[in-house]
Design a protein around this ligand. Structure first.
Ligand SMILES: [Zn+2]
Ligand SMILES: [Zn+2]
Length: 338
């Protein structure tokens, strides 16, 4: 079984033959059809305090076909195609039973990776069935879409709310998609450049504003009035501070961005406006199921996010190229490509 192994910061991924994993009780073995490269994979292999340990096989955005059932699996059968939560919790605590195993404290680490491989393990309880009209590539987009859905659901969005989204990477694009699907009014994206304008436009953004010298001034000049909600999906130092300045009094800032260094903002500015600051991470089964149902109903605009599909032999080079400014949005791995 071929897998892409992370050996440590500064080293390219290495393709290695590994033994085929065996599904345990309640688990299935998947033949991975597509696996997405996440910005956090690139970020967390750059070194620093929050990095992945050497020897790990990355990949938490994947979908594939069930090829083997572990003991006790009843609902899934061989040949089913699923998008799994990259999670393995204890299975018995309230968070696991609630479909949010990421928050399980009974099993560490909270996330099982392993999607950068020909075969991967999934929990039956964490697997969402893909209907025939959805491809494995759609299935690999379910995870990042579910991340943003979770953030949008936590935002308190109501029909017609105006929203500013900071950033134009995949999580920002996915946030725009859900905001449009769930009835937002004007959606303005603020980004450092127009490189990803076509992706946010494809999922329903009304405009993209370049952040320029001062992102707050640039946005407010373009939008005219303060938005009800700001979705922070850029993850740069200073974006939370900007979001607090941009949002309307008693508005909500949702933070989805992955920033692993200290950052500052002015509590006084947030206090005067009584801003609600809501952090959001991952998802549960509900978000996975809502994502699959929405895609299956024909709202497949997120397919525009996929800019490249690469083989294992191309993966190490492509992965390193994503560390620099690039024109990709979502790169998928197809393990069957030679
Ligand atoms: Zn991800
Ligand atoms: Zn648990």
């Amino acid at each position: 079984v071929r897998a892409a192994v992370f050996d440590g910061p500064g080293l390219p991924l290495r393709i290695e033959e590994r033994p085929e994993p065996t599904p345990g009780p309640g688990q299935v073995l998947l033949r991975v059809g597509r696996s997405g490269i996440c910005g956090s994979d690139v970020h967390m292999t750059s070194g620093g305090l929050f990095g992945f340990p050497p020897g790990v096989v990355l990949g938490h955005e994947y979908a594939g076909e069930v090829v083997e059932l572990g003991p006790g699996v009843e609902a899934l059968k061989v040949g089913d195609r699923v998008a799994p939560l990259p999670g393995g919790g204890c299975g018995t605590c309230s968070d696991c039973l609630d479909g949010t195993p990421y928050f399980c404290t009974g099993v560490k680490p909270p996330m099982r990776l392993g999607g950068y491989a020909e075969y991967a393990i999934a929990d039956e309880s964490g697997s969402t069935l893909l209907p025939p009209q959805l491809t494995d590539a759609d299935g690999a987009l379910v995870e990042p879409l579910a991340v943003s859905l979770h953030g949008v659901l936590l935002s308190g969005l109501e029909r017609g709310h105006s929203v500013v989204v900071q950033g134009a990477g995949p999580i920002a694009v996915a946030a725009v998609y859900w905001l449009r699907q769930l009835g937002a009014g004007r959606i303005t994206v603020v980004a450092r450049s127009r490189r990803r304008e076509r992706f946010v436009a494809a999922v329903g953004a009304d405009e993209l504003v370049e952040s320029g010298e001062d992102a707050v001034d640039s946005v407010l000049a373009a939008v005219g009035r303060r938005p009800d909600i700001v979705v922070e999906a850029a993850g740069y130092p200073g974006t939370i501070s900007d979001a607090i300045k941009i949002v309307k009094p008693r508005g909500t800032v949702v933070v989805l961005g992955n920033l692993t260094e200290p950052d500052t903002f002015e509590p006084w500015t947030a206090l005067l406006k009584q801003v609600r600051l809501q952090f959001a991470i991952v998802y549960g089964m509900r978000e996975f199921q809502q994502t699959v149902a929405t895609l299956a109903a024909g709202a497949t605009e997120p397919r525009a996010m996929v800019t490249s599909t690469v083989s294992f032999s191309e993966l190490p080079t492509v992965f390193e190229s994503l560390r620099d400014t690039n024109d990709e949005c979502k790169v998928l791995i197809d393990p069957a490509l030679r």
